[in-house]
Design a protein around this ligand. Structure first.
Ligand code: GLU
Length: 474
């Protein structure tokens, strides 16, 4: 048996992290079993669905690298097939026409509530029976599924264990509306059957649909798939994760400077574990993934951990790969990197200091663009009269360097210290502010090496001019 899983979002908005985690689990389970993964768009709610949402979901899936082997299928293109199966059930008397009007059903429900009975559709209720008996062929009607009356539905949820629901808890579900359109729970079953889905991995919010769906599979003579219902994701305050907690859309995480590896790694651990391992390459996730190691309880979203993982992936991924993802942020921040050092070298030097690609893009501007002013705080502190002589001596030595290497720049700083009998701090910080414009950067010799000689010379001169002006105004 080939394992086949699916992700079946309803296109009502962007791909949110909860959906992305379900998609990732379904994808991993398929990959782990060398099976297949299907994308199905459940777009029957014409009022709430949109093409933009379909595009946004696919963009999110592609960005995460969750490619699908089949689909996307669209439920709106399969109405004939669903109706064909409704007719099959009708012909077998496993479904029937119900003519009870909405008003009548409301009346019966109020009666049931007044009698403290469970409010539900009851085909044997005298008023409903009378309405059905009086109806003529051609009157408006819905089609209801004849749910078994006896016994119970039992299934072995791969996450939550054995679940048993009595059929007496379920009423006869409408499977085709008066307007002829098939309903959600029915479409899902026909789809999962036709698409030969073996494992349905989905959110816990669907667990109440499962017993009803199992009865429909059985009525259709279709094999019942294995089910796994994942617990919810909560915000840091314990409430279900929502916009209120900040970003919930996958593409917002791209915008905030995350690498897809970091988000995938974060999401896989949010509710699944393999010992106490935190960092998983994609190969490892695929190798170790199993449904029964998914947690039954809800998981709380933790942005600090996601940042930590992102820093890990920025630090350890190939610089060429980071550069590819960084480019989008450089465009956003209008930073042109043609006129400066190779971006991969800059990433190697600065990447480890950044938790996001947004920070990285912000922190590397001085490698590529000259600045008109020094950062006020850093300049006030480090570009003072005492820094004049060290910077002058450094300038002369920098101009004399023939081979522009980090080692020679390192030696230059050591020579300035020795010559003036000063500590590192007295030249290191002024030099850093001079060449980067601010007080924070990686090791100044390595930074200067990448910035290049010409720019460094010009910037040290600019710092000396700044000090001179400051002294003149004092
Ligand atoms: N379309 C449903 C949703 O977006 C998923 C249904 C399912 O996975 O069976 O919540």
């Amino acid at each position: 048996m080939t394992v086949k899983t699916r992700f079946a979002p309803s296109p009502t908005g962007y791909l949110h992290v909860g959906g992305a985690r379900t998609a990732l689990y379904s994808w991993l389970y398929a990959k782990h079993n060398k099976g297949e993964f299907v994308l199905r768009i459940e777009d029957t709610d014409l009022e709430r669905n949109s093409q933009e949402a379909v595009d946004a979901i696919m963009e999110g899936m592609e960005w995460l690298g969750l490619e699908w082997n089949e689909g996307p299928y669209f439920q709106t293109q399969r109405f004939d097939r669903y109706n064909e199966m409704v007719d099959v059930l009708l012909a077998q008397d496993k479904a029937y026409k119900c003519y009870a009007s909405k008003e009548l059903l409301d009346e019966v429900r109020s009666e049931q509530e007044a009698n403290k009975e469970m409010a539900r559709y009851d085909a044997n209720h005298p008023k409903i029976k009378a309405a059905n008996d009086a109806a003529k062929d051609g009157d408006p009607c819905v089609i209801r599924f004849r749910n078994p009356k006896e016994g119970s539905v039992v299934f072995d949820d791969q996450i939550r264990g054995r679940i048993e629901i009595s059929n007496s808890q379920m009423d006869d579900l409408i499977i085709r509306r008066t307007d002829g359109s098939p309903t959600y729970n029915f479409c899902v079953v026909v789809d999962d059957w036709d698409m030969e889905i073996t494992h349905v991995i989905r959110g816990e919010d669907h667990i109440n649909n499962t017993p009803r769906q199992i009865n429909i599979y059985e009525a259709l003579g279709a094999p019942v798939p294995t089910f796994a219902h994942c617990a919810m994701i909560l915000g840091d305050d314990g409430a279900k994760l929502s916009k209120r907690h900040g970003a919930v859309s996958v593409m917002q995480y791209r915008d905030m400077g995350y690498l897809p590896e970091a988000l995938n790694n974060y999401l896989v651990r949010l509710g699944w574990s393999h010992g106490d391992q935190e960092i998983f390459s994609q190969e490892e996730m695929i190798e170790f993934f199993s449904l029964n190691a998914i947690s039954k309880s809800a998981s709380a979203f933790n942005t600090d951990k996601l940042l930590w993982l992102n820093n890990h992936y920025i630090k350890t991924s190939e610089p060429e790969y980071v550069a590819k993802h960084l480019q989008w942020h450089l465009d956003q921040q209008a930073l042109n990197i043609e006129n400066g050092p190779a971006i991969t070298e800059v990433i190697k030097l600065v990447g480890e200091r950044c938790n996001t690609l947004v920070e990285l893009a912000e922190q590397i501007r001085y490698f590529y663009e000259d600045f008109a002013e020094f950062e006020a705080g850093a300049a006030k502190k480090h570009l003072r009269g005492v820094a004049k002589e060290p910077l002058e001596v450094a300038l002369a030595k920098v101009e004399a360097i023939e081979e522009w290497t980090t080692e020679n720049l390192h030696q230059m700083i050591a020579d300035v210290c020795a010559e003036l009998e000063i500590g590192m701090g007295k030249i290191g910080m002024p030099l850093r502010v001079a060449v980067t414009g601010g007080g924070q950067s990686p090791s100044v010799d390595a930074v200067m090496q990448l910035i290049g000689k010409e720019r460094c010379v010009a910037r040290i001169k600019m710092a000396l001019a700044f000090i001179a002006e400051r002294e003149a105004n004092a």
